[in-house]
Design a protein around this ligand. Structure first.
Ligand code: TPP
Ligand code: MG
Length: 395
């Protein structure tokens, strides 16, 4: 990786794009040269082999049955953990939860594509990526229980803390990637964000900076079709992956419910970063099967039929079909995994209930090194508020 490589590079796809003025389009970046949606496994679990996919297919061509079972296990355990967290919120053990239901392939495929020395910048929904990075699932829950402000050391797993300020982590990732390049390392950086975040100025700035400085970063957009109650149509008039072209780097849309395709495309994009070829935008086309968070009720703004249509494309089901059809997994494997899932659910439940409450006054100590009049006032107000409960109890 060198820093000198900031000279203008030939955009991978510049010619031949059809005029799309004034209408929504599903046209390809370069008609004929790339598939509109990279897919290696159909929803029925059949392996897709065609010339259009060749550039990506080679990244998973040698995948072993054991590795395939590993991807399946990752997705099943992530879904089980996520369901447990949703239940824990409903039982009052967590204040909030942002479910990843439906996005398991997008997260496990991309997470497993990263190397240990790569650095990952997540949003608040990347529980599957956290799993791949080796962050213990129980550590993800402290912030949602309100007992800490993060829950893990980002540098232990090169997995940054969850970021709730929409899109801001793409700037952090770009800066970090520019640093990686200056260090001369061949690591890559990956920034996760959503379709809604794509409208943020921070994301546009990240695209500009990373392109101009040729930063080794992959922008991984999970287009789950919704930004709370806003559909993707309210974010863009062109397919999101085509935005990259305007900044001078490649964009690819991958079937985000196809773990094999996501793994292949993300490996390809990370390799580009490592080789000094700069940023890539990967749009993982997927679906948020659940609510935005446990505070949201999607029945208020979207039709059941939409969800039902996406259920047929379930990421876990399609890999199971492939594993079964190719005799890569037997009943024993699925039964063992079921038992492992239940054990994980139990472990998570017990760990959450055992989390100690923090010292309520600690937060005032962490605002300034040397004390501050306003903080002192707020601490006193809070102490009086806490004391008021004791008085009530005494009545
Ligand atoms: C800067 C900023 N603006 C608004 C919000 C409120 N907010 C939280 S999540 C969200 C929608 C994000 O949608 P998307 O990027 O598609 O991600 P998804 O939740 O679908 O994974 C918004 C607007 C916020 N957290 N930060
Ligand atoms: Mg979204």
């Amino acid at each position: 990786m060198t820093v000198e490589s900031t000279a203008p590079r030939k955009p991978r796809r510049s010619a031949g794009t059809k005029s799309t003025a004034g209408k929504r389009t599903t046209a390809r970046n370069t008609p004929g040269a790339e598939p509109e949606l990279v897919q290696l496994l159909t929803p029925e679990g059949e392996r897709v082999k065609n010339a259009e996919n060749a550039v990506y297919d080679k990244y998973v061509a040698g995948i072993t049955p054991e590795e395939l079972r590993g991807l399946y296990r990752d997705m099943v355990l992530t879904r089980r953990f996520d369901a447990e967290a949703t239940s824990l919120q409903r039982q009052g053990e967590l204040g909030l939860w942002a479910s990843l239901l439906g996005q398991e392939a997008a997260q496990i495929g991309s997470g497993r594509a990263t190397r240990e020395d790569d650095y990952v910048f997540p949003t608040y929904r990347e529980h599957g990526v956290a799993w791949c990075r080796g962050v213990d699932p129980t550590n993800l829950l402290g912030m949602f229980r309100g007992v800490n402000n993060g829950g893990w050391d980002p540098n232990s797993n090169n997995f940054h803390l969850y970021t709730i300020v929409i899109g801001s982590q793409t700037l952090h990732a770009t800066g970090y990637a520019m640093g990686v390049a200056k260090d001369g390392a061949d690591s890559a950086v990956i920034a996760y964000f959503g379709d809604g975040a794509s409208s943020q100025g921070d994301v546009a700035e990240s695209f500009t900076f990373s392109a101009v400085y040729n930063a080794p970063v992959v922008f991984f957009c999970q287009n789950n079709q919704w930004a709370i109650s806003e559909p993707t149509e309210k974010q863009t008039r062109v397919p999101l992956y085509q935005r990259a072209q305007g900044y001078g780097f490649p964009g690819v849309r991958v079937d985000g419910n196809d773990v094999l395709a996501v793994l292949a495309v993300t490996k390809w994009a990370l390799e580009r970063a490592r080789n000094g070829e700069g940023p890539t935008l990967v749009e993982a086309y997927t679906y948020r099967m659940g609510a935005h968070t446990t505070s949201d009720d999607p029945s208020k703004y979207r039709a059941d039929e939409e969800r039902e249509a996406w259920e047929a494309k379930d990421p876990i089901l399609r890999l199971r079909r492939y594993l079964e059809a190719s005799n890569h997994a037997d009943e024993g494997f699925f039964a063992e995994l079921e038992a492992e899932s239940e054990a994980l659910g139990k472990r998570v439940r017990e760990a959450v209930r055992a989390m100690p409450d923090p010292d309520h006054f600690a937060i005032f100590e962490h605002a300034y090194a040397d004390g501050h009049a306003l903080v002192d006032e707020e601490r006193a107000q809070f102490a009086a508020y806490q004391a008021s409960f004791a008085e009530e109890e005494g009545v």
